[in-house]
Design a protein around this ligand. Structure first.
Ligand code: DAH
Length: 335
């Protein structure tokens, strides 16, 4: 009897160690069989119970049952551990891999055009910046050298919020020029895609909210030639190599000199027009540099603002701006 009882503990220890170290689920099941299967070593021990005397049986039975419970507990725990391990990917996950194709839906045509413009500017070193749609008069007008009596500030043109501090919905993305320049020293090379608001009634070419892309480039010795070359590069990327660009003198309070950019290609000709006006631009006004704390004697720069809807309408031959906002699936599916 003493020999029998003495056998239980070391056998149990060996069984526990083997179960705990089983390298995978198959090995675990094999180990289980080797110990507690019909021909297992522990099973053999239990079979010996029958050979013990009446007095010896209860103590031995109790010991064996306790050992069985312990083995079972360790077996279940190790099985869970191995199942979890088997469910994990073999290789570490590479989060930089491209995603799967979208199963459902498409990007809105305005998003597609914006992405393409951003991609073209990224190729030449521009970063994307962002700013708030709810603005104040300082960033939207004052700092851009637009005086208080300028018509652009008129409540007829601008959505003012019902606040005492005269907050408004930005009328252009130019406000972000000020925010970026105030937050970093030169040089600057950014584009800003974003939503803007104006008190226009909706018709085929106007909507109270639309989208712009602002651009700002500040460095030493920046010229109008750089501006024209940049705009030409981006429009050729976007609309094809037959694109031509023309600068017409214009007035903006935050640039001097200022221009409007006209654009033409085969599409424009097809519409029966020679040129289409697509953007405003110019060399950053020295007063704007003063306002943000850049030294206008050292730094030069240019800026521009495109309307995204206009470009999308031209690109896809859409003749009514309101189609972009109606979320009609029949319209959206075409892009
Ligand atoms: N903010 C102008 C508009 O909304 C567009 C514009 C003109 C932006 C000249 C500029 C610029 O950055 O330099 O019509």
């Amino acid at each position: 009897m003493a020999g029998f009882l003495d056998d239980i503990e070391p056998l149990k220890q060996t069984a526990l160690t083997e179960l705990k170290n089983a390298p995978d689920l198959a090995a675990l099941e094999q180990t289980k069989g080797a110990w507690v299967g019909p021909n297992g070593k522990f099973t053999a021990l239990m079979k010996q119970l029958g050979t013990l005397s009446k007095e010896e049986k209860p103590a031995a039975g109790k010991l064996i049952n306790a050992a069985k419970v312990e083995l079972e507990t360790v077996l279940v725990a190790r099985r869970e551990e191995l199942e979890l391990k088997a469910a994990l990917p073999k290789e570490p996950t590479d989060f930089t891999l491209p995603g799967r194709r979208r199963a459902l839906g498409k990007l809105h045509p305005l998003t597609q055009v914006t992405d393409d413009i951003v991609r073209a500017f990224r190729k030449i070193g521009f970063a994307v910046a962002d700013g708030p749609e709810i603005e104040d008069e300082y960033h939207c007008f004052d700092a851009l050298n637009t005086p208080a009596d300028h018509p652009a500030r008129d409540a007829q043109d601008t959505f003012y919020l019902n606040t005492t501090d005269k907050r408004l919905l930005r009328t252009h993305t130019s406000s972000v020029q000020i925010r970026v320049m105030k937050s970093q020293p030169p040089p600057v090379r950014i584009i800003v895609p974003g939503r803007v608001y104006r008190r226009d009634n909706a018709d085929a070419t106007h909507n109270p909210t639309f989208h712009q892309i602002e651009g700002l480039y500040v460095d030493k010795n920046v010229t109008v030639g750089d501006l024209k070359g940049t705009v030409e590069f981006v429009f050729r990327e976007l609309m094809g190599s037959d694109v031509k660009i023309r600068f017409r003198p214009h007035y903006f309070s935050y640039t001097e000199p200022s221009y409007e950019i006209d654009f033409t290609n085969a599409l424009v000709k097809k519409m029966g027009k020679d040129w289409l006006e697509i953007a405003g631009c110019g060399m950053v006004h020295p007063q704007v540099f003063e306002n943000v704390g850049y030294d206008p004697e050292t730094w030069t720069g240019w800026a521009f603002g495109f309307g995204i809807e206009r470009i999308a309408m031209l690109r896809y031959g859409i003749n009514d701006i309101r189609l972009f906002y109606e979320n009609d699936a029949k319209f959206l599916k075409q892009f």
